[in-house]
Design a protein around this ligand. Structure first.
Ligand code: 1HN
Length: 384
């Protein structure tokens, strides 16, 4: 006798139905239950914590330069692949692609643009070398940061007799997984330049600005000079900063104080000798480059030792902490996909919400580190 009110469906009938609707390109909500169950407590970190040591990266770059020859087929760039990401777009985290690039003596890397935003942190620089972004030449001195916002024309020029090396970071995985890639070659090696510095956005980012213009806020071709970073670091002295991130200074949009790029925020982090950061996790992912000093990045149950020139990846929502294991300040250049995740309203962090994150929700029945904050469940903008 069939029971119309039976709560459990007949397994054979349900399997037959699931198979039948697959041919009509449909799926029942019940089939998502495993996916939903797996998300109790939040996302599983995508990819592994990983270090790309400087010695390997620099040696492979020299080999790439030899193999490509002086007039290469593209940029002499080697992108760092996360060993734990087998599917989806290539990259160092699921959203960010870091890599090293070498521009050979007298090389010009032809002009193009793409909707992937990019940034360059110069490792072996020379102020005569430059990248041109939307008509504005930006000098490439050592440890300068140059940004190439989405869809800005960019070509790189090395009029010097020495090799120029930098770290590239692009929001590659993010843009590709959202299927938002546009690409356009300029057609000639070099784009035209602005007739004078008086026309540049760089000038408009300084303290005194034209009163008669509406300031451009986004897509700024900006150089953050390392000499200025050093002045700022000197002024902060041995200020410890945040217990999780140390003295974490954001490379702010010079016009509105917002993130460095619409999708990526760059930080210079300084951790004093003896600094032992607290463990935390956020739903954003990051890549870091060691400017100077030595340290350890603990991610999950792994401890990554890092030194000058090393690049490392911290997957999203992985518990991590940082420590300075040397006797000089540990300086890290780090890039976070925080602005992109924040734009979707999805930035969660525990045990304490910083950088405008939401507190990770408590999960009934699951051990959870309770927060001591009373405003834990408020939206960031509702907090005191
Ligand atoms: C790119 O356009 C550059 O313009 C560097 O220097 C690295 C990695 C993937 C795709 C495009 C550049 C890149 C890239």
């Amino acid at each position: 006798m069939s029971d119309e009110n039976a709560r459990v469906p007949d397994p054979a009938a349900l399997t037959a139905f699931d198979n039948a609707i697959r041919d009509d390109h449909m799926i029942g909500q019940w089939s998502f239950e495993p996916l939903l169950e797996a998300a109790v407590g939040g996302p599983t970190p995508k990819g592994d914590a990983h270090v790309w040591p400087w010695s390997t990266a620099r040696a492979r770059l020299a080999e790439a330069s030899k193999t490509l020859g002086p007039a290469g087929v593209g940029r002499c760039n080697l992108t760092f692949l996360n060993p734990g990401i087998q599917q989806g777009p290539p990259g160092s985290t699921h959203t960010l692609a870091a890599g090293v690039q070498m521009m050979r003596a007298n090389e010009v890397c032809w002009s193009h643009r793409h909707t992937m935003s990019a940034l360059r942190f110069v490792i072996e620089g020379n102020p005569e070398a430059h990248t041109v972004v939307d008509g504005e030449p930006l000098a490439m001195d050592t440890f300068d940061l140059l940004i190439t916002p989405r869809f800005s024309w960019h070509d790189h020029h090395n009029p010097t007799g020495q090799e120029i090396v930098w770290l590239d970071v692009l929001d590659l995985g993010l843009t590709l997984s959202l299927n938002q890639a546009f690409y356009e070659p300029f057609g000639e090696a070099s784009q035209p330049r602005r007739p004078s510095a008086a026309d540049g956005q760089g000038l408009r980012a300084r303290a005194l600005r034209p009163a008669w213009e509406h300031p451009r806020r986004g897509r700024l071709p900006i150089r953050y000079a390392w000499s200025e970073v050093l002045d700022i670091l000197a002024a902060y002295g041995d200020t410890p900063g945040d217990p999780y991130d140390g003295l974490a200074l954001r490379y702010a949009n010079p016009i509105d104080g917002g993130p460095t790029l619409a999708t990526m925020d760059c930080w210079l982090q300084q951790l004093q000798p003896g600094f032992q950061g607290l463990r935390h996790r956020r739903t954003s992912s990051s890549v870091g480059f060691v400017v100077s000093g030595r340290g350890e990045i603990e991610v999950g149950d792994r401890t990554l030792a890092v030194g000058p020139g090393d690049t490392f990846a911290v997957p999203n929502y992985a518990w991590h902490r940082m420590a300075n294991t040397g006797d000089e300040p540990l300086r890290l250049f780090t890039v976070h996909d925080i602005p992109a995740i924040t734009a979707f309203g999805l930035l969660y962090e525990e045990p304490v919400a910083t950088v405008g994150a939401h507190y990770s929700p408590a999960v009934p029945g699951i051990p959870h580190q309770p927060t001591t904050r009373t405003d834990a469940m408020l939206e960031p903008e509702e907090r005191r």
